[in-house]
Design a protein around this ligand. Structure first.
Ligand SMILES: NC(=O)C1=CN([C@@H]2O[C@H](COP(=O)(O)OP(=O)(O)OC[C@H]3O[C@@H](n4cnc5c(N)ncnc54)[C@H](OP(=O)(O)O)[C@@H]3O)[C@@H](O)[C@H]2O)C=CC1
Ligand SMILES: O=C(CO)COP(=O)(O)O
Length: 344
């Protein structure tokens, strides 16, 4: 006799992804491949109609065939019944975007940030902005960060990431929702560390791009990555992060990918500046969201408030503000007082 079939199959997890740019669309793809029922929200009706009807986003992921998912410009449609809400808009518009949707988020939903920036004016990390605007307890907040260049994930290349939440159960829930044969999430409870790594590596990638644009080679790149990690670690520890996070995927992993790859918008923008473009010209030519430009100011403010030395970050801020000629950046960094490598 055959076993009695279940009364109903378990419902797929309903997920809303807010932000239909390259990363929002790519993560929506991962979630749908992992079996979730995904609705992607964005503000461009042409893009979201195509996502809904033909499962393509030619504006941000040209040539990529997405799995079945819904697309909408109506946040009420996206958020209704969603037990996981993923936020992937540029960091500087996260507060306004979430404020306009506050009453539409389901009361028990877990809210996940993919954003790698720090808010100008408040110096808040994105999980702090989400928690503040949506009035979320720790167990409903998670962040995803790692070496996750969207165009590579969109080709379903092997990729790993970190899902961080103060609640291990929440991190596990989100990790289960986005786990596929090509995308492997690890969990971490160090939200501060994981989030800071994601935001500050963009600034170091700007510096790496600038160096490449100036014609410097691998020694300079390796120096920036290594000393950049020291800066990230110093700030993170001052803000209460766990030391192990910095050598992990969100730390060394993402720093390496972003500093080395021309797929990184921060790297490309820095390279354009290194080749002689103004900041405004570089932003225009690069296209897309290069979070490091604005976050560098907030990160430097955080560093100063906690008495943390971040010379590469400070140099990038000065160059972007037009206060230090790029030609003088390397000399300025190298002329600093000699010190022990390991003294902190
Ligand atoms: N791309 C990547 O490889 C990765 C990106 N991230 C992070 O993901 C976040 C999003 O970046 P990404 O998807 O790459 O960015 P993109 O530049 O590709 O897309 C930005 C998205 O945000 C929307 N947007 C822009 N301004 C507003 C606004 N004022 N209100 C509402 N929506 C707006 C755009 O909509 P519209 O088209 O209508 O302008 C677009 O959908 C960033 O924090 C980034 O650091 C993290 C990991 C990897
Ligand atoms: O965060 C990223 C890869 O992990 C993407 O970097 P960019 O935002 O510089 O493109």
């Amino acid at each position: 006799m055959s076993a009695t079939p279940p009364v109903s199959l378990p419902e797929p997890t309903k997920v809303a992804v807010l932000g239909a740019g390259s990363m929002g669309t790519t993560f929506a793809m991962v979630l749908a491949d992992a079996g979730c029922d995904v609705t992607l929200w964005g503000r461009d009706a042409v893009v979201l109609d195509a996502v809904d009807q033909t499962h393509r986003n030619e504006k941000y992921l040209p040539g990529v065939q997405l799995p079945a998912m819904h697309g909408t410009t109506d946040p009420a449609v996206a958020l209704k019944g969603a037990s996981i809400v993923v936020v992937s808009v540029p960091s500087q518009v996260a507060r306004a975007t979430l404020s306009s949707m506050k009453d539409l988020v389901e009361p028990d939903a877990v809210v996940v940030s993919l954003m790698k920036g720090v808010e100008l004016g408040t110096d808040r990390r994105m999980s702090q902005v989400m928690a503040e605007v949506l009035d979320l307890p720790d167990e409903r907040v998670a962040v995803v960060s790692g070496p996750n260049l969207a165009p590579e994930i969109a080709e379903r290349q092997p990729t790993a990431t970190v899902v961080a939440s103060r609640s291990e159960a929440t991190a596990q829930l989100v990790a289960d929702a986005c786990s596929t044969g090509y995308f492997r999430p690890y969990t971490n409870t160090d939200v501060v560390g994981v989030e800071l790594c994601g935001a500050v590596k963009n600034i170091i990638a700007l510096a790496a791009g600038m160096a490449q644009g100036q014609g410097f080679g691998w020694n300079t790149l390796a120096t920036l990555i290594t000393r950049g990690l020291v800066e990230i670690t110093r700030l993170g520890l001052a803000l209460g992060a766990e030391p192990a996070t910095f050598s992990g995927l969100a730390g060394m992993g993402d720093l390496t990918a972003t500093c080395a790859s021309p797929l990184s918008r921060n790297h490309r923008l820095g390279k354009h500046i290194g080749e002689g473009l103004t900041l405004a010209e570089a932003i225009k030519v690069t296209g897309g969201t290069a979070e490091g430009v604005k976050s560098s100011e907030s990160v430097l403010e955080l560093a100063r408030a906690h008495d943390v030395e971040m010379p590469i970050t400070a140099g990038v801020v000065e160059v972007l503000a037009g206060k230090l000629p790029l030609a003088d950046l390397a000399a300025t960094l190298l002329a600093r007082p000699k010190k022990s490598e390991v003294a902190g």
